[in-house]
Every structure is written in C-alpha cells, then in structure tokens.
Design a binder for this molecule. Structure first.
Ligand code: COA
Length: 258
C-alpha cells in the first residue's frame, strides 16, 4: 500500500495514526531535529514510482517487463483479468485470507476492505485486477463494450489481486495480495503488471506504490516491473516521557489511608 495514502482521508479503511509516531522521508531535515530530541526509528518503508515515456518505442520498452510477467503467468496456466465492482466481496475475502501476512509499520498498516465500500470505489475511479486458475474455469472475457468489465465466473477461485486508485498525478497501488497457496508463482507481479498495462492504455504515465521494508516479495515484484525506489520513509517514535517523580509518602497521602 502507498505510504502517502495512509494519511489520505480518501484511502480505504481507518487510519489510527499514533500521535507519538511521525513518518518522514529519510531526507527530510526534520529527521535531525527528531533524532536530537531523542526520537527513535521504529519502522522503515519504501515508496517507488514508475514513469512511462509518453509514447512510442521507448514506452513499449518500458512496458516490456509488464507484458512479460503477464505472458509468463498465462503460460503457467493463469488467467489475468480486470475485475469489477461485482467482485468486491471475493477481493475482500482473498484479502482477509492474507491479512495476517501484511507486515505492519506505522506507515504501512492495512485493513481488509469493507466489500460495500470497495464496490463503490471500483465504480468510481478505482480498478482491480485478479488472477484465476484456468482449471475448471472456462469463462472468458466478455464482449468488448460491456462497460469494459470482464464477465468473471463467480465461482472461480481468485488467487491474487491488486487494487489501484487514480489520482490527478498518478495511479497508486492500494493493496496487492496473493493467496498463501498460490505464492511464489509470479502472480503478484502479473496482476500488478496487468494493472499498469491497462491503465497505461488509458493514458496514465505515472504509477506509485510502496510498502514495508521487510516486505521483500512486494519490493521485488515492483522492481521487476520497472518501479524506481524513492528515498525511504522512516517512522519515528517519541521518547518515553520521564517517569513521574514519586510523591512524598506523607500521612494521609494514600487513598487507602482515608
Ligand atoms: C507480497 C505478496 C503479494 C507476494 O505475492 P506473490 O504472488 O508470492 O509474489 P510473486 O510470486 O509475484 O513474487 C514476486 C517476487 O518476490 C519474490 N518473493 C515472493 N515472496 C517472497 C518472500 N516472502 N520473501 C522474499 N522474496 C519473495 C519472488 O521470488 C519474486 O522475485 P523475483 O521476481 O526476483 O523472482 C504475498 O506474499 C502476499 O500476499 N503477502 C501478504 C500481503 C502483502 O504483504 N501485500 C503487499 C503489500 S500491499
């Protein structure tokens, strides 16, 4: 999930930001002020951007790794396709199956989306892309012109998903999750790749993403697709307040001595 989005009121889910925590980019001069005041780093996260050339061969080359990731997944027997509002419940179910595996930092918490809210967002500027096993699922993309939504078989198991939101300056990944039984098969990479290909075809040129430093799988998937890391984000915690001075134990000072 995006580092910046966590503090965006439009982002999905509650944002319980601890007032004792501040999240700053590592190059923010304020970090030295916090360090001098005794604050300590309690979390590290990364943000990354993918800037596509406006068009032409350069853009094709930049999209090459995305195309390759989708083709590899298809060859391995996966169907990668755009999802729609009608898929909100199964996206939320899949995300719930993965919820315990999201690494937590003060800047990268994640809440399983409410299907109703997610469905509304998918009607209104958000997009989702999923991976399905082909076995036992003969459903294919519906005819073009059907609101551009694919007609997904409601019974097909959804194995991976990425959800992205459109902003004036970029397309931002909200979250990506692969079912524990389907990991390490390139699916997170493939669904993210499909999101980039699809939104690039709609004219988007800047993509943002981010995650906890410890989330190596997420980081590697994004680097493979051409995202470039930005300076890290550090979560700083305020020093513990000094312990209150012990009250002088005078006669009558204790409530038990009344
Ligand atoms: C992170 C997550 C989405 C990766 O899904 P996945 O489908 O297994 O990822 P992929 O198979 O596409 O692998 C992507 C890359 O990361 C590597 N990788 C995957 N999981 C890894 C792990 N736990 N540790 C280290 N590397 C890992 C893969 O080898 C691959 O690297 P490569 O391209 O250099 O070969 C999945 O582990 C997950 O759902 N985690 C819980 C939710 C989460 O943390 N989401 C991301 C934050 S929004």
């Amino acid at each position: 999930m995006s580092i910046v989005e966590r503090f965006d009121p439009d982002s999905l889910g509650p944002e319980p930001v601890d007032p004792e925590i501040r999240v700053l980019r590592e190059d923010d001069p304020e970090t030295e002020v916090l360090r001098a005041a005794g604050w300590s780093v309690v979390g590290e996260s990364w943000g990354a951007r993918l800037h596509l050339p406006p068009d032409g061969d350069a853009q094709d080359a930049a999209l090459g790794p995305c195309l390759q990731a989708v083709v590899e997944a298809a060859r391995a027997g996966w169907r990668i396709e755009q999802l729609g509002p009608q898929d909100a419940a199964r996206i939320a179910d899949l995300d719930a199956d993965c919820a315990d595996d999201y690494p937590w930092t003060p800047a990268t918490g994640h809440d399983v989306p409410d299907p109703e809210i997610l469905g509304r967002r998918l009607r209104d500027g958000w997009s989702a892309f999923g991976a399905f096993r082909r076995d036992g699922d003969p459903d294919v993309a519906d005819a073009p012109g059907d609101d551009d939504w694919y007609d997904s078989d409601p019974d097909a198991p959804l194995s991976a998903v990425t959800v992205v939101s459109e902003h004036p300056d970029r397309v931002e990944t909200e979250f990506t999750a692969t079912h524990p039984d389907a990991r390490h098969q390139g699916l997170a990479t493939a669904v993210k790749a499909e999101s980039i290909l699809s939104l690039a075809a709609q004219g988007h040129r800047v993509f943002g993403t981010g995650g906890a430093a410890v989330n190596e799988g997420s980081l590697r998937a994004n680097l493979r697709l051409g995202y470039v890391l930005e300076p890290r984000w550090l979560s700083w915690r305020a020093p513990a307040p000094p312990a209150p001075a012990t009250a002088r134990a005078g006669r009558g000072s204790s409530p038990t001595e009344r």
